[in-house]
Design a protein around this ligand. Structure first.
Ligand code: SF4
Ligand code: SF4
Length: 148
């Protein structure tokens, strides 16, 4: 009979197992806590800049969005999440007609955050922010007009 199968051997193994478990507990007791006390820590909570929460339109130095209404983001989106409404106007300087943005609609409720739209944009006119508290009671409130 092996020692571990004897009465004393089983007590020895049980005690060793117990001490191993207590050692893990003791180590975690002194380890730095990583639990986030959300939402109490809302003001100090740091969300990674890389987190893709919601599409928005960054403004240029004059406070205008950079969109040229090309529609590439709409075409690149596999979910039909973006709708770009445009109108054609005549450029006063050149006399040529060009498209301008009327309304940029983004449905957060069906976005899968793949970033294909951002990658397709030739003007860096859209980007993701990391504002993560976007829960609403009505899905229609997730349909957002991004251009002001
Ligand atoms: S992140 Fe993907 S799913 Fe969301 S709007 Fe852009 S292309 Fe569409
Ligand atoms: S956001 Fe970019 S890709 Fe989309 S319509 Fe505007 S300029 Fe084109």
């Amino acid at each position: 009979m092996k020692f571990r199968d004897t009465y004393i051997g089983k007590i020895f193994n049980g005690t060793r197992s117990l001490l191993t478990g207590l050692g893990v507990t003791l180590k975690e007791f002194f380890t730095k806590k990583v639990t986030e006390q959300y939402p109490e820590n809302r003001k100090t909570l740091k969300i990674s800049d890389r987190h893709r929460a919601m599409l928005y339109m960054p403004l240029d130095e004059n406070g205008n969005n950079k969109c040229i209404a090309c529609g590439l983001c709409q075409s690149a989106c596999p979910n039909g999440t973006i709708t770009v409404k445009t109108k054609t106007v005549t450029d006063e300087e050149t006399g040529k007609s060009k498209k301008v943005l009327l309304e940029y609609t983004y449905d957060l409720g069906c976005c899968m955050f793949c970033q294909l739209c951002v990658n397709a944009c030739p003007k860096d006119a859209i980007a993701f922010n990391n504002h993560f508290e976007n829960a609403v009671f009505d899905r229609s409130k997730l349909v957002l007009k991004l251009n002001k």
